[in-house]
Write a protein that binds this ligand. Structure first.
Ligand code: CP
Length: 317
């Protein structure tokens, strides 16, 4: 793994939340909250940032573009489908060529686990990369925006919270980053729920109580983090049918009543309505889905600033 911290403990790249200290997370979250509260920042004026996505995205790409614009950066958008990667150019050559144009910040989504770290290892010393999702491994800014959203709803002290993560955890980089952040921030209880075929066989669920029955898992939880069923990453046969999946693991309004009365519902998007979550829950009063999206801009501003204008960004412990 490419080191993402320099010798002084500052972020050089943001590749994963794994191993980042509580101080780092809290500093980034505090800075993001300042941006939510209206702090203006132009700390990236004159800096060029490129969104380099080798997989599709709506929220992550656009909110990074919005974040960079709000910080005054020049923003370049690389679209793989109309780029010279269609002629066989590699991701590394693509990065190197855009670096040669004077771009210092890269927001990269890659289909392979470790794909962004591999590019970071070959980048110029003054270049910073943000992992915008690599394979099943990590989606660190989704983790940050989710923590920001949970903090706004439930307060900064997570020690009394019961949080349930539900669904296709095996294929989910969001779940990995969320669980890493929740553990670092000292969440009281972590529960995980999903069909056995969609639970990971690595250390992702360390510290989680695994409850296979969704109704049982929901009892008394303060937050329900739903995950998208990632059909594009899935081998055949992991789920018998979408109807079966909904019967077992779809969040309905009736099911949600088992959670604490003030429980919040989160989903990273894009949602499969009627599969992992019903429309009336996604759009209902307990849903924070659009709050998560709004917070994505502020969380990504905090990250870009920390990487590219550290004097203006958060100071660590
Ligand atoms: N949550 C998320 O990563 O959404 P996109 O794939 O649309 O960026």
């Amino acid at each position: 793994m490419t080191p993402q911290l320099d010798a002084n403990g500052r972020l050089r790249h943001l590749l994963t939340l794994e191993g980042l200290s509580r101080d780092h997370l809290v500093a980034l979250l505090d800075r993001a909250q300042a941006f939510v509260d209206g702090e203006a920042g132009r700390s990236l004026a004159g800096t060029a940032v490129c969104t380099l996505f080798f997989e599709p995205s709506t929220r992550t790409r656009l909110s990074f573009q919005r974040a960079a614009q709000r910080l005054g950066a020049d923003v370049l958008n690389f679209d793989a489908s109309t780029s010279s990667t269609t002629k066989g150019e590699t991701a590394l050559d693509t990065l190197k060529n855009i670096e040669a144009m004077g771009v210092r910040g890269f927001v990269v989504r890659h289909s392979e686990d470790g794909g962004v770290a591999a590019l970071a290892a070959q980048a110029q010393p003054e270049t910073a990369l943000v992992n915008a999702g690599d394979g099943r491994s990590a989606h660190p800014t989704q983790g940050l925006l989710d923590m920001l959203t949970l903090r706004q709803a439930k307060g900064a002290d997570f020690s009394g919270l019961k949080v349930l993560v539900v669904g296709d955890i095996r294929h989910s980089r969001v779940a990995r980053s969320d669980l890493q952040a929740l553990r670092t921030l000292g969440v009281g209880q972590l529960r995980a729920c999903g069909p056995q075929s969609l639970l990971p066989d690595d250390t992702t669920l360390a510290g989680c109580e695994v409850v296979q029955d969704f109704d049982e898992a929901l009892e008394g939880v303060d937050a329900v983090m739903m995950l998208r069923l990632q059909r594009e990453r899935m081998a055949q046969g992991l789920v018998s049918s979408l109807d079966d999946y909904h019967r077992g693991y779809g969040l309905t309004a009736a099911r949600l009543r088992r959670a604490a009365p003030d429980a919040v519902v989160m989903h990273p998007g894009p949602m499969n309505r009627g599969v992992e979550i019903d429309g009336d829950v996604a759009d209902g009063p307990q849903s924070l889905v659009l709050r998560q999206v709004a917070n994505g801009v502020a969380a990504r501003m905090a990250v870009l600033e920390a990487l590219l204008a550290p004097a203006a960004g958060p100071q660590y412990g």
